[in-house]
Ligand binder design. Structure first.
Ligand code: AMP
Length: 541
């Protein structure tokens, strides 16, 4: 067979990631751990097949583009501006804190000051992929804390764009002994970069909304699914790449703006669906590419330095983020989620590390520490997220238990989810004088439920503890008003384990979900399409 490194890398990446992901699933550890390990297996530091790390990293960039595009679809300019006041100071304080800690560690290790600063900067930026995957898998992107985390990420992204341009200029200035010419060059690069970023944002906000939605509408009207799918990919990838090429902004930022502009149109939901499968596949390749860069010998050769690096990423950065979010008077739960979201590093850190190496300021040790720190912090991240969720559920359940159980005998009705559907369910029930007990995963939504006179328990209804606290044992009916049919299936299963006679009503978005729910003993499966069809056929006869 002829030489096909690209195909070999994609195939090896996906196949090995699948195998390790499946094993991780069986062992009940986060799949990301499996993907990272898959990367180590196909990487250059373990025997056997070696995939092309450069190609893997490039493929991972496609994942970054599609992820940011998807997030942009959910975001409006208003959302972005509403979190700006906390995201800008938050990101800047956190970057400063991490940079100081990194530089201090570098100093202890005997590196030059500038090298330590580059090292600290690399530890300060969180990975887009890790953060978005964590938020998406927990349905947090559309919540206030999700928006703050994404806004924060965008500020970090902008700072990195500046850093990548300024570092070479500063390195040259330092080489020339800090002469006036060197400083002038730094100021010029800064000015040009700011102009370019400003130009890009202005272009996207002024011209983008006139062209991009119109183009997509036109394609939608051709009726060709294939063309629509192509149009979405062409817009996401084209704008990202064009932005990077012409304006020097990051691919992620370009994709985010492309998504944000499309998000204002009614076609955004369809656009999001079209990119989902590709997005997930390429995001997996991101984790594989991180694993490939990991050189296990660092663990043996510099255990203490590595421990300190991981501590800066996971503890130091989190404390800084937590403190600033609390300072802005957001609730502890929000502060915890944001701190944990950002307690990892990834793609930008690798780019900075590589640049630091090229400029001859960051020693090889520093680069190895960054790569190993990334792998370990990403690995720890999913566990940290689960720990925070558990902590929250426990805290709130403890508050809710006594009251909820006292109420338990009242109506015997529990409602899960206070979103688009749950709210209407509660409203109709209230008109009939029935007040269900509410289980809602999101603080702010649960609070809204309480404002509407419901007793709310904050927590994930998949957990038996949460169901028990809501009084499932004595409930007659359980209404699961969450959009994810398979997750609803898991809730139904646990609910029936605790109370076999409870009558369950749930939502489904596909026939597969409906069958899944029915198989788990859900008495009434309500699907949007069927209800619409029923009403339409009623009207047609
Ligand atoms: P919507 O997508 O607008 O119908 O809203 C669904 C609501 O259900 C959201 O407010 C979610 O926070 C909430 N939700 C989703 N999954 C769970 C779960 N497993 N336990 C409790 N609440 C959930």
């Amino acid at each position: 067979m002829h030489h096909t490194p690209l195909i070999a890398t994609i195939v090896a990446g996906l196949v090995v990631a699948f195998i390790f992901g499946a094993i991780a699933h069986r062992l009940r550890v986060p799949p990301i751990a499996g993907y990272l390990l898959a990367g180590v297996m196909v990487g250059p530091f373990t025997p056997g097949f070696v995939a092309d790390a450069g190609l893997a990293a490039e493929l991972a960039e496609i994942g970054v583009i599609l992820l940011m595009f998807g997030v942009g679809l959910h975001f409006s300019l208003r959302d972005l501006l509403s979190v700006w006041t906390i995201a800008v100071p938050g990101a800047i304080v956190q970057i400063a804190a991490a940079t100081v800690m990194g530089a201090a560690l570098g100093h202890l290790l005997g590196w030059p000051l500038f090298g330590g600063i580059v090292f600290g900067l690399a530890l300060s930026v969180a990975s887009t992929v890790v953060l978005l995957r964590a938020l998406q898998s927990r349905d947090l992107v559309d919540t206030e804390r999700g928006r703050i985390a994404v806004g924060w990420l965008i500020v970090e992204d902008l700072v990195m764009v500046l850093a990548l341009v300024l570092l070479p200029a500063i390195a040259t200035a330092l080489d020339s002994g800090g002469s006036g010419g060197g400083i002038g060059a730094v100021a010029t690069s800064l000015g040009i970069t700011l102009l370019k970023v400003g130009g890009f944002v202005a272009l996207m906000l002024v011209v983008g909304p006139r062209i991009i939605p119109a183009l997509l509408h036109w394609v939608a009207h051709t009726g060709s699914r294939e063309l629509f799918r192509l149009a979405v990919l062409a817009i996401a990838l084209g704008v990202a790449f064009g932005a990077a090429l012409i304006f020097g902004v990051s691919l992620a930022l370009g994709a985010f703006f492309a998504g944000m502009i499309l998000g204002e149109t009614p076609l955004s939901r369809r656009a999001a669906e079209e990119t989902l499968p590709l997005r997930d596949a390429f995001a997996v390749l991101f984790f594989v590419s991180v694993g490939m860069l990991f050189n296990p010998s660092v663990v043996v050769e510099q255990p203490l330095a590595l421990l300190a690096t991981v501590a800066i990423i996971v503890i130091g950065k989190s404390l800084a983020a937590f403190a600033i979010v609390r300072l802005f008077r957001h609730p502890t739960g929000t502060a915890l989620t944001i701190a944990v979201s950002l307690a990892q590093i990834g793609e930008f850190s690798f780019i900075l590390a590589a640049l630091g190496g090229e400029l001859g300021v960051l020693p090889q040790d520093g680069r190895d520490l960054i790569l190993a720190g990334a792998l370990i912090s990403i690995f720890l991240n999913s566990f940290l997220f689960s720990a925070v969720a558990a902590l929250k559920a426990r805290g709130h359940v403890a508050e809710g238990t006594a009251a909820a159980e006292a109420e338990a005998a009242k109506d015997g009705l529990i409602l899960v989810g206070y979103g688009r559907v749950g709210r209407f369910v509660a409203q109709s029930l209230a008109e009939r004088g029935i007040r269900p007990r509410l289980i809602e995963a999101e603080d702010d939504r649960a609070r809204r439920g309480e404002g509407d006179g419901l007793e709310a328990i904050v927590g994930n209804a998949v957990e038996e503890r949460v169901l028990a606290a809501a009084g499932i044992a004595s409930a007659r009916r359980l209404v699961i008003a969450i959009p994810e049919g398979f997750e609803a299936g898991a809730i139904a299963e646990h609910a029936r384990a605790l109370n076999p006679s409870v009558e369950i009503i749930a939502r489904a978005h596909s026939e597969a979900q409906a069958a899944h729910l029915a198989a788990r003993g859900v008495a009434h499966v309500i699907s949007g399409e069927r209800e619409i069809a029923r009403r339409m056929s009623d009207l047609a006869t």
